[in-house]
Design a protein around this ligand. Structure first.
Ligand code: UD1
Ligand code: CA
Length: 475
């Protein structure tokens, strides 16, 4: 953490430019709200910034769809600055002048350059301070520099002469491969002493922050460049294709981190794992698994192919057979699910419980060791420990207006193909005969049969066959 100044501010504030429209995405959604690895671009940038300075010293410039952008990241506790009209990146920084002029330096990040690592921002900060520079530009040399501003150095030194935008490049400059990442450090004094000299004399008639390089050089201030070791970190997302490739990079990073921490991922390139997901060691992910949102998974689990888990808490040693869908649910240790189990929000599966083939649960608690192995719908129910729910059991939880609870107490046995019309309670240890429709509470240890008695007519089938055979022969 940088030193605290007497006015209470650290040496650095971070400004994140996020007011632009993102015309090249051809999307109605603001660019910085497009997602990679399950989170808006801007959220990734803020997260990296928060590793450098506390959220109260991070200023996000909003403009296009300002309200949506604010709402999406407000919980992160950052400050916002409105750039009501988007007149360019230079203008964006002008808008933040009042908020940041009291800091000695600012780090400027772009809301659409989301793969930046905190370590790289810290390196930029330290390099900038070490060089006592007025402006330090983070650069990179990607294989294809097209579309980026190019950094023109003074010979082979750290010193920079200018940044030239793609459209203004001369023939010779088009060969330059060192790009401007859109990430900078500035000493605030020279920045704000010169920023009003920016002009709109360029292809987009905007105030370019990049022109500060030449302006500062002209005023005899020091402008230097620091090349990022990994060009992938500073790639921008200006088109949906670029966005998709950033998403792939970020998810690959996530998989590598998990594998380094002891998680086996058999075909990482087929899995989608969101950034905030946590997975314990010795858990195995088979190909084509998705783990999304705020999901936490313990250790020793096995997640077989085509399972999708979102916003859920999974304890240790849970087995997901293929094709399970789990949303906003909790699963205790040693439980077994699927194939094709569907846990809808509010499902709480107890230790060692089984939720099997084509079983759907919603707002349902299953106690320790309870089993529903085949073809059931269990909604709004509380199922005790050790209960056995037979194949095809349905809780009728909805009367067309309201939802009602089904309670099945500990150790009860529900015969196959039963319908339990809620509200209804099956007492502890009770039996429900297969094929029953249960509309009244069943006391503990009772047997309930809710089906019509069976009629058996001896010889009926044989007699019928004979009658039919005679009728046919008589024709
Ligand atoms: C910018 C740089 C370019 C660099 C590239 C790196 C300029 C003029 N060019 O180009 O040299 O190689 O980034 O990715 O800066 N924004 C605002 N207000 C505005 C305009 C933009 O907040 O008025 C924000 C955008 O939301 C975006 C960022 O600034 O997050 C960069 O703007 P963008 O239009 O994407 O600039 P590039 O053309 O990519
Ligand atoms: Ca950009």
């Amino acid at each position: 953490m940088p030193n605290q100044k007497s006015n209470g501010n650290p040496d650095f504030a971070i400004v994140i430019m996020a007011a632009g429209k993102g015309t090249r995405l051809k999307s109605s959604r603001a660019k910085v709200l497009h997602e990679i690895a399950g989170q808006p671009l801007l959220a990734h940038v803020i997260k990296a910034a928060q590793q450098i300075v506390p959220a109260g010293h991070i200023f996000v410039i909003v403009g296009h769809q300002a309200e949506n952008v604010r709402a999406a990241v407000a919980p992160m506790g950052v400050e916002f600055v409105l750039q009501a009209e988007q007149r360019g990146t230079g203008h964006a920084i002008m808008c933040a002048r009042e908020q940041v002029a009291s800091y000695q330096n600012i780090l400027v990040l772009s809301g659409d350059v989301p793969l930046i690592r905190p370590e790289t921002i810290a390196r930029l900060r330290d390099f900038h301070l070490g060089k006592k520079a007025a402006m330090t530009i983070l650069t990179a040399a990607p294989t294809d520099p097209f579309g980026y501003g190019r950094v023109i150095r003074a010979g082979s030194s750290d010193r920079v002469k200018a940044i030239v935008e793609q459209k203004a490049l001369s023939k010779a400059q088009q060969k330059e491969r060192e790009i401007n990442s859109g990430i900078y450090a500035f000493a605030t004094k020279p920045l704000f002493a010169n920023i009003d000299r920016l002009s709109t004399d360029n292809a987009h008639h905007e105030l370019y922050l990049t022109d500060m390089a030449a302006l500062l050089v002209k005023s005899k201030a020091t402008v230097v460049a620091l090349k990022a070791s990994d060009a992938a970190e500073v790639l921008g997302a200006n088109t949906l294709a670029e966005l998709s490739s950033l998403d792939a990079t970020m998810r690959a990073r996530k998989c590598s981190d998990l594998m380094a921490a002891g998680v086996s991922i058999y075909r990482p390139e087929t899995c989608l794992i969101d950034n905030d997901v946590q997975i314990g060691p010795d858990t195995i992910l088979e190909p084509f698994v998705q783990i999304l949102g705020q999901t936490r998974i313990g250790s020793g689990c096995r997640i077989r192919s085509f399972t999708i888990i979102s916003d859920s808490q999974i304890a240790d040693n849970v087995l997901f057979r293929p094709g399970c869908i789990v949303d906003r649910s909790t699963i205790a240790a040693g439980a077994q699910l699927g194939p094709y189990a569907h846990l809808r929000p509010g499902s709480e599966i107890g230790e060692g419980a089984h939720v099997g083939n084509f079983v759907e649960t919603k707002k349902t608690r299953m106690g320790r060791g309870a089993k529903a192995n085949h073809l059931s719908y269990l909604g709004d129910s509380d199922i005790g420990a050790g209960v056995n729910v037979g194949a095809g059991t349905i809780t009728c939880n909805y009367d067309g207006v309201n939802k009602h609870m089904t309670v099945i107490e500990e150790g009860a046995f529900i015969g196959s193909d039963s319908t339990l019309v809620a509200p209804v309670r099956i007492g502890k240890g009770a039996y429900v005969g297969a094929g029953s429709t249960i509309t009244k509470n069943v006391p503990a240890d009772a047997l309930a049969l809710g089906r019509s008695p069976q009629i058996t007519k001896d010889g009926w089938a044989r007699d019928r066959r004979e009658r039919q055979a005679k009728a046919k022969a008589g024709k």
